[in-house]
Design a protein around this ligand. Sequence first.
Ligand SMILES: NC(=O)c1ccc[n+]([C@@H]2O[C@H](COP(=O)([O-])OP(=O)(O)OC[C@H]3O[C@@H](n4cnc5c(N)ncnc54)[C@H](OP(=O)(O)O)[C@@H]3O)[C@@H](O)[C@H]2O)c1
Length: 285
Amino acid sequence: MIWLIGNKGMLGSDVGYFLKETHKDYIASDIEVDITDLEELKRFISDKKIDWIINCSAYTAVDKAEDEPGKAFKINAEGALNIAKIAREKEAKLIHISTDYVFDGEKNGSYTEDDDPNPMGVYGKSKLEGERNIQNIIEKYFILRTAWLYGKNGNNFVYTMLRLFKEKEVVKVVSDQWGTPTHTKDLAGTIIKIIQDKSDKYGIYHFTNEGRTNWYEFAKEIYERAKKHKLIKKNINIIPITTEEYPTKAVRPKNTYMSKEKIKSSFGLNIRDWGNSLEEFLMDI
Ligand SMILES: NC(=O)c1ccc[n+]([C@@H]2O[C@H](COP(=O)([O-])OP(=O)(O)OC[C@H]3O[C@@H](n4cnc5c(N)ncnc54)[C@H](OP(=O)(O)O)[C@@H]3O)[C@@H](O)[C@H]2O)c1
């Protein structure tokens, strides 16, 4: 049986959507089964045979984490450790989601799984500790680092832009942070593929959509495609700005473009270009 943790989140809800079709007998939980409480986790699955655990739950408020590091570490580091303990006890394989923010963003070119992490902020540090907690106590894990996620059921950059395009005439967006937008549906599909393959190619993997862009170019693409589909009617002036002109509580890495070679060759994946996935997302909503 599969246990999906974090099924009400943005990624988790898409994973649940696919699981309904592929593995009808999966079980799911979210905030009502607190991952920071090991006993609660144990109680929830005490009598169940679990083969796979998918952890999509996390503390994901990057800026807020700077003000509440205790909470971020409790959920992202201790919570991940608790889930790994359950995986060990149940002899289940664990698919855990991590982030590009484990990197400092100073590398030129793409980050591979062999690059040393060096997170800049509390969120990235707490997620890295979560990865290491898992690696320290189990071997049967897949840690998928992803980036710039957007999906139907959650707050994300695409929804923010669509709202701003309705409210304003001028929208300023940072153009000096580089990475790859990722549709939750594509990552969810990859998670299902790993399970269907009954894979034992454990380890850390990078997964985003294909291509590389910055937030300004991403915003322009959302605008142009939304206009084409008549989601917005008026003209918007989108202006590129620097990170210095848009200060945030948490320092963002400048470049988190990640290589997908390892995940593509391990699982025979054909990953969609970020523009094509964005197009499908806009059509869906
Ligand atoms: N969003 C991105 O751009 C992005 C980028 C890179 C990596 N990631 C990673 O991708 C994964 C999925 O992200 P997402 O954006 O889908 O996250 P999300 O929408 O914030 O969903 C996370 C879910 O976990 C739940 N949760 C929080 N604390 C919990 C706890 N103590 N016990 C049980 N459940 C708890 C949340 O409930 P509440 O909402 O009630 O707190 C929420 O339903 C995360 O591991 C994240 O770090 C995300």
